[in-house]
Write a protein that binds this ligand. Structure first.
Ligand code: PEP
Ligand code: MN
Length: 286
């Protein structure tokens, strides 16, 4: 008998077909990697709309932007709150692209749900169980980031809270974990992506911006993520990263984002799955 892991609903033991999550009319988890792009924080209308228009032209599928910001220091910019969500809705109206933003507090979920196409649980809140229980009742998909010190099992159990509470539209996001290494902001655990693909039917994407903390490393981390089978990327972009109110050093400018998109050569990913299947077929005949 197959053993069912404790993350029963997130595992692929009870459900073998892969889940596809619809965000507006964008599908995450299919053959084509989905690119989410936009500023770390929404700072003002011009900054957000300039970025939104540029990333759309470059080929992004979904716009991101932080309105409620989890900042390490209470003295740092905390985000525009609901005004940020309104600006993000304007960016959707103008570009036609769906929008995603982080919600940190269960009390903000109603407002966020009314404005957004997808709600993000930030790394610091991956085990905020009251937030997860509230989001389980939300009608919108959830982007669940991996906690900086969370094991894969803890992460899938956090997803389980959403699934068991009734929200089946969950996308996982690997954004780097904390290790002894300090050269990068975090350590991108790329093989976790491949392992999650083995364990779970849920789609998984990678955040090369927070994983590296360095603009120069974002393109190679992005290409590696796609090569290992990630269903997409979430990338921070700012018209003037040197003036950004948060995460400037890891943000691409508009031109850099556009060249990254060209270099990604986003054909569909069936080559990843089919090469695995071919390999199985070849091996089974040996
Ligand atoms: C973010 O996406 O801006 C963010 C704060 O990410 P994380 O929760 O992964 O640190
Ligand atoms: Mn950020």
């Amino acid at each position: 008998m197959t053993e069912i892991p404790t993350f029963a609903l997130a595992s692929n033991k009870l459900k073998s077909e892969r889940t596809i999550v619809n965000v507006g009319d964008v599908q995450i988890g299919g053959d084509k990697p989905v690119i989410i792009a936009g500023p770390c924080s929404i700072e003002n209308r011009n900054q957000l709309l300039t970025t939104a228009r540029a990333v759309k032209v470059a080929g992004a599928d979904i716009i991101r932007g932080g309105a409620y910001k989890p900042r390490t220091s209470p003295y740092d910019f905390q985000g525009l709150g609901v005004e940020g969500l309104r600006l993000l809705s304007d960016a959707r109206a103008e570009t036609g692209l769906p929008i995603v933003s982080e919600v940190m507090d269960a009390r903000d979920v109603d407002t966020a749900e009314a404005h957004l196409d997808m709600l993000q649980v930030g790394a610091r809140n991956m085990q905020n169980f009251s937030l997860l229980k509230r989001l389980a009742e939300c009608s919108k998909p959830v982007l669940l980031k991996r906690g900086p010190s969370a094991t894969i099992k803890e992460w899938l159990l956090a997803a389980e809270y959403l699934l068991v509470g009734g929200n089946e539209s969950v996308v996982l996001c690997e954004r780097g974990i904390r290790t002894f290494e300090t050269e990068m902001r975090n350590t991108l655990d790329l093989v976790a992506v491949a392992r999650v693909l083995e364990l779970s039917h849920l789609p998984i994407i990678v955040d090369p911006s927070h994983a590296t903390g360095r603009r120069s490393l974002v393109p190679s981390a992005s290409r590696a993520a796609i090569a290992i089978g990630s269903h997409g990327l979430i990338i921070e972009v700012h018209p003037h990263p040197e003036q950004a109110l948060s995460d400037g050093p890891q943000s691409l400018n508009l031109r850099e984002f556009s060249s990254l998109m060209e270099s990604l050569n986003l054909r569909n990913m069936s080559h990843v799955t089919s090469s695995v299947n071919d390999r199985h077929e070849i091996l089974s005949t040996v």
